[in-house]
Design a protein around this ligand. Structure first.
Ligand code: SF4
Length: 375
């Protein structure tokens, strides 16, 4: 563990490097806790380049915590649509509502209050409080853990709770107390730009002389890999109805546990958003889908439909490898079911939908171009 003069040099070198070479990112041009909070939530599962346009659009529509708290949830999800991990957006809005109701619209500055908000854990609380309010909390996320594991040549699974706590303690000791916000961002920036998972650029690293992993020649192999959960293969069949006007039918977000039980993986995979009628496949995909549709709609509506297969859509969500088999169903009139919505197939993004649903729509549209429907 670094101490005294060495620790001071370490801090100075990393901070000066950050101040000179940091990327110009929109959330670095503000000290507004709302904006910093939004960026931290978006960046939890999303790369910087992908998050920027979402961040900007989101702020145009919801420039402050009040506008977010008062918005219909559907609109929040629509602006999040494509970023994935939609519970982040739901929690963000619930937290905004609590901030308005309990904290007069101001992001709370006490760490206990910040941690009590939905979607805010240790990392996010430390990031917001240090960057927006200069409070002395050190962040620890995957990027920072990798840097620290390499600096200390720490072996083993860093996500194991005892090791994670050791890393948190180390991060607190290293934290520059006068500029905790810049310091945290400097650690994250180093992990994101130089101390990357593969091929760390040690020769450009501002703190290379302190790095035990580099000295021992093992930096690239750290942190050691975690045992991966086995991949589960999931096959789904989706019904893409299409009427004469090019309208299709989407079902509302799955809600109750009974629906969850009947449709198996489907509610999780559509991320509780608008989706095509979809069923898990066990055997004959077209047969399974037809049986599902007959249960969903009245038999009359589904009696003479033809299911046209359109290839495969592949998608991965955490440990699931998903294959969706979309079937286009040309109909004169779309079947009716309470709660469903009719939308143009080539523009379903007016409703909040997951990436998986977007891919299914795209596959159906591509198939329609290749084999125009006979109507
Ligand atoms: S010297 Fe290399 S491994 Fe060590 S912190 Fe810097 S970039 Fe990472």
């Amino acid at each position: 563990m670094l101490k005294g003069h060495e620790l001071a040099t370490f801090r100075k070198q990393l901070l000066s490097w950050f101040r000179q070479f940091q990327r110009d990112l929109p959330w670095r041009r503000t000290s507004d806790p709302y904006r910093i909070w939004l960026s931290e939530i978006m960046l939890q599962q999303t790369r910087v380049a992908a998050a920027i346009p979402y961040y900007e659009e989101f702020l145009k529509r919801f420039p402050d915590v009040h506008s977010l708290a008062a918005a219909p949830q559907e609109e929040v999800l629509r602006l999040w649509s494509g970023l994935g991990y939609y519970s982040r957006a739901r929690n963000l809005q619930r937290a905004a509502q609590q901030i308005v109701a309990k904290h007069g619209g101001q992001f709370p500055q006490r760490v206990e209050d910040a941690l009590a908000l939905p979607g805010i854990g240790n990392y996010t609380a430390a990031a917001i409080l240090s960057i927006a309010f200069t409070q002395k909390y050190a962040v620890l996320d995957g990027n920072v853990a990798r840097v620290l594991a390499r600096l200390g040549a720490l072996r083993g699974d860093v996500r194991e709770s005892k090791r994670w706590q050791e890393l948190q303690d180390t991060a607190e000791v290293l934290l520059e107390p006068k500029s905790p916000g810049d310091w945290n961002q400097a650690m994250m920036e180093l992990g994101a730009t130089l101390c990357t998972p593969k091929s760390p650029q040690c020769l450009l690293c501002p703190i290379m002389q302190f790095c035990e992993g580099r000295k021992q020649g093992i930096a690239e192999s750290l942190p050691e890999k975690r045992k991966k959960r086995a991949t589960v293969e999931v096959i789904l069949a989706a019904a893409v109805f299409s009427d004469k006007k090019g309208q299709t039918l989407l079902l509302p977000p799955p809600k109750n546990s009974a629906e969850k039980a009947s449709a198996d993986h489907v509610p999780t995979l559509v991320s509780k958003m608008w989706h095509f009628p979809t069923v898990s496949v066990n055997g004959d995909p077209a047969g399974n889908l037809l049986a599902f549709l007959r249960k969903l709609f009245s038999k009359m509506q589904i009696s003479k439909v033809q299911l046209a297969p359109t290839g495969k859509v592949r998608h991965a969500v955490t440990y699931r490898a998903i294959t969706v088999l979309p079937f286009v169903i040309d109909v004169k009139n779309l079947p009716r079911i309470s709660g469903a919505k009719q939308v143009p197939l080539n523009d379903i993004s007016d409703l909040p939908i997951s990436n998986l649903t977007r891919k299914v729509a795209r596959a159906a549209l591509e198939a329609a171009v290749l084999t125009p429907a006979k109507r």
